[in-house]
Structure formats: C-alpha cells, structure tokens
Ligand binder design. Structure first.
Ligand SMILES: *Cc1c(COP(=O)(O)O)cnc(C)c1O
Length: 407
C-alpha cells in the first residue's frame, strides 16, 4: 500500500486483509481466500457479498447462529455494566450461571475458565488434588484414549495422542496413559490404583465423531469406582444441547465426577467451565487454582441466556429432530466415496474414502462452510438453530461437489 501512487489504489479489502494476515499473523492456520464480515442466522457473508451456509459454526461454538437478538441484547446490557472485576469479588452473573449449571446437571459446583483446553487443565489439577488430599501420593496418572482431543496446552496435549500435535513439543506433561477408545479390555489394562482420573469424550469430535458405546462408558464408570479414580467427561464439543439432550452423558445414564464444557456455552464468547461433584470440589481450597479473566460478568451473563434457551425441551427436541433428518439425508446419498455416516443430534460425520480437504475447498465455491475431523471425515456441527430446509440446501450443494470429486 505504501508504494502505491495516488489515484491508482485498486487493491480491495479482501486482498489487503489476506496480505496483512500472510505478513503478520503466525501461519498456524491455512485460511481460505475470503474475508468473513457479517452473518445472520445460519448464513455468513464475505467482503464480496458471497453467502455461505454455515455447517461449522466456528467449530461447534456459534450455538445460536449469527445475529441472535437475545444474545445481542444480553451483550449490550452487560457492556454497560462491569466488564471485568477479577475473581477477587462477587458478581451476580457468575454466581447465577454456576447455579443454573448445577440445577441442570449432576454437578454441585462449577469453576469457570476461558477455553476448552483450560477446562481440561483444571480438571487434571483437581483430579490430582483429590488424590493428594486423600494422601494417595502414588495416584497421579490420567488415562485418555486413542482418537481423543483435549486441547493444545501442555497437560491437555499430553492427553491428545496424535504424533503431529505432540512430537515437536516434547516433553509433555508426565503421568499419562493412553488406552484404546471403545475397548473395555484396553481400558481395564490402563486403569489401576495409580489412576487419578480417566478423561473421555462421550462423542469424540476432532477424532472423527466417534460415539462411545454404552458398555464402554459404563465400564469406565465401574473401573473408576473400583480403583477410586475420577471419571471426567469432556463435553467441550458434544455438550450444551448438541446431541439433542443438554449433556451428551444423558444418553448413557453414566454420571461423571467432572464435566468440562466450553465451545458453545456463550454462543461465541470465550468461556470454559468445569462442573463437578461436591466430593471433587471439597478438595479444592483457596489459592489452589485461579484465572484472572474467568467467569467475568459479560461472558457469564451471555452464557446464562444460552443455557436458558438451549435447555428448553422444545429446543432440544428440535436439535434431535433436525439431527435425525441430517443423518437420514446424508445416508441416502449414493456415492462410492462414502464409507459411513455417524453421529447424534447435530454432531454428525461422513467418513469418506478420500481426503476431504478438496470437498471442504469446493464447498466455498458452492456457498457452504464445511470442516473436516481428521483427513477422511467430513464433520457437520452447525448452529443448533439449523432447520430441515437448511439440511436440504446443504445436501443440494454437496451432491455436485461429490460428483465432481468422483470424477
Ligand atoms: C475444542 C476442544 C477442546 C479444546 O478447546 P479450546 O477452547 O480450543 O482450547 C477440548 N476438548 C474437545 C472435545 C474439543 O472439541
């Protein structure tokens, strides 16, 4: 821009933004060549006015879509109040959201944080503190599973067994063991007296939308009880209404000791929460853990609105119904590229015989935001307000892409 002569400034906003990103942003993401500017409902628009039907929702975050009037109002109202107080002081939205979360889950107490990884870090610390308070200094190990994704920080990363994510950053947190997902025998080998906690996603997100079996989660509960270990469910991606119940664990009637929540809880604002039983919480004393920003009045007031909306039976029924319809329509597609369709509610995957990045890229040309979950899995985690006609439109746009890839 600096070198440009007066009068011939032809560079448009899109090119300028992409140039700035490429020059000054750490290149840890490969972004497509458009700039998102605004959105409404299930649709986002770029700076050239192109519309995209959004099946990604900012990675399962934008639970109520774009421009929701109740969310806008909650943010505006909260913005006129205190934005930040730190956790040194009481504020109403913080205490009220904790109360709401406990009223509508197994939990007795909540600790707030700012992201998913942070929620899992807290869950690891709390689990080890429980063992420590019981003078079980031998009980340090955290068990996780193949295909898991628990975050990018050093503790959560140690529980995310993917070489590409872990290897350049070694040494990671010690005291971990990895067992095979949905394999009870493997879990039985890994879980013992040394185990402080077992962490599992009831539906694995990044790992490819793998649904835990009933018998597997029940076996984890039994093994944890047998060895006095805590069971942590990571519902950062599958929780808050996504499966058609408020919490994914409700489908199993297996109750964890700790539940980690983040992505959709504040409809796009950064928040994390660690829900737990009194047994866990009673091991935590002032000074054990903290966060400067966490649970601030703005994010917690917005999360209160989200939770109030999503937990309504009619809202959850809608998610289940549209989710069933999505699975039905995807299953009807007759393509040699499709190996399997799986999921529950609005967390659904199509496993393909090919790398899906070409399909994701072609989606942009067809007005679709799509995302993968591993190389061969196309993932569907739209805003929870998606309707059947959005499913129809998405399928209509996906079919020619698949035909194109089939060649
Ligand atoms: C996204 C995700 C995380 C990490 O959340 P961040 O907010 O990105 O740190 C952890 N667990 C699961 C299941 C996730 O999907």
């Amino acid at each position: 821009m600096k070198e440009m002569k007066e009068g011939i400034v032809t560079i448009n906003l899109r090119e300028q933004i992409i140039q700035q990103e490429q020059q000054h942003v750490v290149q840890s993401y490969r972004r497509p060549p458009f700039v998102l500017t605004n959105g409404e409902g299930m649709t986002v628009y770029d700076s050239d006015g192109n519309a995209y039907l959004d099946w990604v929702a900012g990675i399962a975050v934008n639970s109520l879509g774009y421009g929701d009037s109740e969310i806008i109002e909650a943010i505006q109202q909260a913005a006129t109040g205190l934005l930040h107080t730190s956790n040194l002081y009481h504020t109403a939205p913080h205490a009220q959201l904790a109360t709401q979360l406990c009223e509508h889950s197994f939990a007795d107490r909540v600790f707030f944080c700012n992201s998913g990884a942070e929620a899992n870090e807290g869950a690891i610390k709390f689990s080890r503190k429980v063992a420590y308070m019981n003078e079980r200094h031998d009980k340090r190990e955290i068990v996780a599973f193949t295909g898991a994704f628990h975050g990018r920080t050093m503790g959560a990363l140690a529980l995310t067994p993917r070489e590409k994510y872990q290897k350049p950053f070694a040494p990671l947190m010690g005291g971990t063991a990895i067992a095979e997902f949905n394999n009870i025998d493997s879990a039985r080998v890994a879980i013992g007296e040394q185990t402080a906690a077992v962490i599992v996603e009831p539906i694995q997100g990044e790992g490819g939308i793998n649904v835990a079996d009933q018998a597997f989660l029940q076996a984890l509960r039994d093994l944890c009880d047998e060895h006095d270990a805590l069971l942590i469910f990571d519902e950062i991606q599958c929780g808050v209404g996504r499966t058609g119940t408020l919490w994914a664990y409700e489908h199993y009637e297996v109750i964890p000791d700790i539940l980690t929540v983040a992505k959709p809880l504040a409809a796009g604002l950064p928040i994390g929460a660690i829900l737990m039983t009194e047994k866990v919480a009673s091991a935590i004393q002032p000074g054990d853990h903290g966060s400067t920003f966490a649970g601030g009045p703005l994010v917690t007031s917005v999360a209160g609105v989200v939770l109030n909306r999503v937990r309504q039976p009619s809202f959850l029924e809608h998610v289940a119904e549209v989710g069933d319809y999505l699975i039905e329509r995807l299953s009807e597609i007759n393509s040699p590229l499709i190996k399997a369709v799986r999921g529950r509610g609005l967390i659904v995957a199509v496993e393909m015989t090919v790398d899906v990045s070409g399909i994701v890229n072609a989606g942009y040309e067809h007005g679709l935001l799509l995302v993968n979950a591993g190389p061969n899995v196309l993932r569907f985690v739209p805003p929870l307000i998606a309707e059947k006609h959005h499913v129809d439109t998405m399928i209509e746009r996906l079919l020619p892409i698949l035909q194109q890839v089939e060649g």
